[in-house]
Design a binder for this molecule. Structure first.
Ligand SMILES: [Zn+2]
Length: 332
């Protein structure tokens, strides 16, 4: 560590570092770049961009849910599906901010879960609003609920007026995004369109191995979603099930995907790192948003992939890791 400050001096913009630990992260990166060995022999955290790093996809939960998850299983089967295993971590606001400090993430978009019951999603969304109020420079919140709830539209309005930035991660874990789901999304999309807010929705690849939380959504359903709400700024989670490939079609789909973004959540579990390069080429480098799905995967794992194996330039990586999100969230 002793040599690092002199070598780094010319690169450092101290305003970027909100804590000593994120400054240390940067030093580690510099040391790594010049092949110095960390005396502690710990895995290196790799900071990969000099602009603001925004993680667009993270989940946090209030204390009662973190500590008593099984209490929520009987009335919330989708929650059980994803969080039955004690290995599926649940974290709160303080923990995510500590992880961000440690890994050099400036801001995270945080949200809960698409709970069916309003007596669960309301306090969950209250928790997100409180987290954003507590860490206004670090956390950006989305409101989340089951769109089939009668209270969905009023909850969306309440939360957007209460300081949240959009809606997400909405998911239809058991049904896929069928016609009935699209009808339930219509009033929510209207609210987002009216307020120019993003709408983040879970999608997953329709082929490949099964895992908890993999829904029966189809590419046709995702195209129908994009077509019906083509004026909305929609973020399709988990690379949009790969639908961006059809941006190469001569007709229809390219138009539908005009305002669609793709997040990278869970990518290291699902795809080879070459996906970044192909997605930039086919979907467009301005349409991809780094999202970690924290605490499922640590941001540093993405940074390592992006830096070492994605085949992207520093400028392309910076767009993915922050600039695109900052534009979408009207932060610039
Ligand atoms: Zn998801």
């Amino acid at each position: 560590m002793a040599q690092a400050p002199a070598r780094c001096e010319r690169h450092i913009h101290f305003s970027r570092f909100r804590s000593l630990s994120s400054l240390q992260t940067y030093y580690k990166w510099e040391i790594y770049g010049s092949k110095f060995v960390d005396v502690l022999n710990k895995p290196y955290q790799i900071a990969i961009a000099s602009n603001m790093i925004i993680d667009f996809h993270t989940h946090i939960f209030p204390k009662d849910i973190r500590e008593n998850r099984e209490k929520y299983f009987p009335s919330e089967p989708a929650f059980r599906l994803l969080y039955d295993s004690p290995k599926s971590k649940l974290v709160g606001a303080k923990e995510i901010v500590a992880a961000m400090d440690d890994q050099g993430v400036d801001r995270s978009v945080v949200f809960g879960f698409p709970w069916k019951n309003s007596d669960i999603f309301k306090p969950q969304n209250d928790y997100i609003m409180a987290a954003v109020a507590r860490f206004p420079d670090r956390l950006i919140g989305l409101c989340c609920f089951d769109p089939f709830s009668k209270a969905a539209a009023s909850e969306a309005r309440r939360c957007l007026e209460g300081g949240l930035a959009g809606i997400g991660e909405i998911a239809f874990y058991q049904s896929g995004i069928d016609d009935a789901a699209l009808d339930k999304l219509a009033p929510l999309m209207e609210i987002c369109l009216d307020k120019d807010r993003p709408f983040l929705i879970h999608t997953n690849e329709p082929v490949g191995h099964m895992y908890p939380g993999k829904t029966p959504n189809t590419l046709k359903q995702i195209d129908a979603l994009a077509a019906r709400f083509s004026r909305n700024k929609i973020v399709l989670a988990h690379w949009g099930a790969g639908i961006f490939f059809f941006n190469l079609l001569k007709k229809d789909v390219k138009d539908h995907l005009k305002n669609v973004y793709f997040d990278t959540a869970a990518s290291p579990f699902l795809y080879h790192p070459e996906i970044y390069r192909y997605a930039v080429e086919i979907a467009g480098g301005d349409k991809i948003l780094f999202g970690s799905d924290f605490p499922l995967i640590q941001p540093a794992r993405y940074f390592e992939e992006l830096k070492k194996t994605s085949g992207l330039s520093k400028a392309q990586i910076e767009s993915i890791c922050g600039t695109n999100a900052a534009k979408l969230l009207n932060l610039l």
